[in-house]
Design a protein around this ligand. Structure first.
Ligand SMILES: [Ca+2]
Ligand SMILES: [Ca+2]
Ligand SMILES: [Ca+2]
Ligand SMILES: [Ca+2]
Length: 381
């Protein structure tokens, strides 16, 4: 038979169908995914027909596009599943989902309408397109900051479709679901408690989407957050006050002490630079500090006789402008670097041989700027 002839026959059949009144109709309801061979309905009984009429009328069903799904068993007068029906493939999100047939009998021609409604079963879990969502969020992000999350899809309909979301753990973020004018929903996570990179530089969350089917099905997506640093920590010295000693006349470049401050932030926000902050005395002319290491050195001659102790004020700063300060108490140790000077204040020019013991013959002043020299000095007679 040529294609053209077939087309003409189909068109003729269709036009005949449209003029033949419907004798009766029956509606069946089945769930999707029934096994091949499962019973859909007994049309013999439900349409009030008998086997004899089915046979004499050469009963057949006209299924149009849905030919592959349902077949008529002429021997038993029943409709059965010819091919498994997936409601999601057949109707997508459209409800209700139904197959429409005609049962056709000849001699005389009769038409019956058969509708098979296909109901949904919960055979699809909500799914996310990606298995992981990544965010980079500054620890300075403020409470209330929102981050849009990917929505899930559930191919089922009604209660078997997507019902809600949950986010765990809830330490920092809560979920916010917003209804869109187009009927869709946006899923956002909202910062509830600020992040702290110094405590956790990475936060992992799980977003779960659930449907309302029985049993309930769910889908998850991992949310990975890299917490970016902010300069929220000042440098902190290991001690408020350091103590050191230095011998006077120490060579220039002699290390007095090393101070140290730590900063919990990253890179430049955590990099500490040291400086001497004395401004009202000569400390900054006598000592210098290595900006990177905190090592304090002598750069000028230290003279015990000029000062026995120094207070060096040191400041530690990070690159974000946060600072801490400490004090170094430097005690100068005396060394014997001075020759005692002897001044004769008065002396007798002539001493007679019968001079009485105990007579003062010379008065002199012995001076020694050194500490030990002073202790041992005395007036000789
Ligand atoms: Ca589902
Ligand atoms: Ca389904
Ligand atoms: Ca810092
Ligand atoms: Ca920080």
């Amino acid at each position: 038979m040529s294609d053209r002839k077939i087309i003409w026959q189909v068109l003729l059949f269709m036009s005949v169908l449209s003029y033949v009144p419907i004798q009766g109709q029956v509606i069946y309801s089945i769930t999707e995914e029934l096994e091949m061979g499962s019973l859909v309905g007994n049309i013999l009984q439900d349409l009030g027909l008998n086997m004899k009429r089915l046979k004499s009328g050469k009963a057949r069903i006209y299924t149009g596009d849905n030919a592959e799904y349902i077949e008529l068993n002429k021997e038993r007068g029943v409709l059965f599943i010819k091919k498994r029906i997936d409601r999601e493939t057949l109707c997508g999100q459209t409800t209700p989902c139904a197959l429409h047939f005609r049962l056709i009998l000849e001699d005389p021609m009769e038409l019956y309408s058969i509708t098979v409604e296909v109901t949904d079963i919960n055979d699809n879990a909500p799914v996310f397109k990606k298995s992981e969502m990544k965010f980079r969020i500054s620890e300075s992000a403020v409470t209330g900051a929102k981050f849009v999350l990917e929505s899930a899809m559930d191919l089922d309909v009604g209660v078997n479709g997507l019902q809600g979301y949950s986010l765990k753990p809830t330490d920092n973020f809560i979920l916010k679901i917003q209804n869109q004018p187009d009927g869709g929903k946006t899923v956002e996570m909202v910062l509830q408690k600020p992040l702290d990179r110094e405590k956790n530089d990475h936060v992992s969350l799980v977003l779960t989407a659930i449907d309302g089917g029985e049993p309930q099905m769910s889908g998850t997506v991992q949310i990975e957050i890299t917490v970016l640093d902010a300069n929220d920590n000042a440098p902190i010295f290991t001690q408020d006050v350091y103590k050191a000693t230095i011998r006077e006349n120490s060579a220039k470049g002699t290390v007095v002490i090393s101070v140290s401050a730590s900063d919990a932030d990253l890179s430049s926000y955590g990099k500490v630079t040291y400086s001497i902050s004395n401004s009202l005395d000569d400390v900054s002319e006598l000592f210098e500090i290595n900006g990177d290491k905190g090592e304090v050195k002598v750069i000028e001659n230290i003279d015990y006789e000029k000062a026995r102790q120094y207070q060096i004020h040191v400041q530690a700063s990070d690159d974000g402008g946060l600072t801490d300060s400490c004090k170094i108490m430097v005690e100068v140790i005396d060394t014997n670097d001075n020759v005692p000077s002897i001044d004769v204040l008065s002396k007798s020019a002539v001493i007679s041989e019968d001079i009485k013991p105990g007579t003062v013959v010379t008065m002199m002043n012995i001076q020694d700027p050194d500490f030990w020299g002073k202790r041992s000095s005395s007036v000789l007679n």
